[in-house]
Write a protein that binds this ligand. Structure first.
Ligand code: FES
Ligand code: FES
Length: 159
């Protein structure tokens, strides 16, 4: 089947099998390897992208389900060449070690701040509760999202 999916503002049309997963479409077909694939069982959240602004685990979404919709990946977080505050926050607060979970955490963080620009620590922890980090102990990830909340940009994706 043929699908057209808007990814980071551009339309991409590809021939795919109906069972093709969105994470594979992004990584294998478009070369957007910033979206990671960590578990295949819907547990780790490294594959989170925004689908029409909502965070989804792209290993649980068929590419066909995203046809005609807008997907945003970590490669599309920058606006006009400027890092999203959520990316800056991870730098400022050392919110990563190996970095494997980072893109998913950043996409979830961006979605959270879009709907709640001033989240409490408990709300941040709840938002990332579907995602695993094997390195940081989460404290600096929470601080990174708090940093982004305290330094909003004029323009961010999905806002
Ligand atoms: S790869 Fe999607 S949840 Fe782990
Ligand atoms: S920084 Fe290594 S898994 Fe989170």
């Amino acid at each position: 089947m043929q699908v057209t999916i808007n990814v980071n503002g551009e339309d991409y049309t590809r021939e795919i099998e109906p069972r093709h997963l969105l994470v594979r479409f992004l990584r294998d077909d478009l070369g957007l390897t910033g979206t990671h694939w960590g578990c295949d069982t819907s547990n780790c959240g490294t594959c989170v992208v925004l689908l029409d602004g909502e965070p989804v685990k792209s290993c649980t979404v068929l590419a066909a389900m995203a046809a005609g919709h807008e997907v945003r990946t970590v490669e599309g977080l920058e606006v006009d060449g400027k890092l999203d505050p959520i990316q800056q926050g991870f730098m400022e607060e050392h919110g990563l070690q190996c970095g494997f979970c980072t893109s998913g955490m950043q996409m979830t963080g961006r979605a959270l701040l879009n709907r709640n620009p001033d989240p409490s620590e408990a709300e941040i922890r709840e938002a990332i509760s579907g995602q695993l980090c094997r390195c940081t102990g989460y404290l600096n990830i929470v601080k990174a999202i708090q940093w982004a909340a305290a330094h909003p940009a004029e323009k961010t994706v999905g806002s």
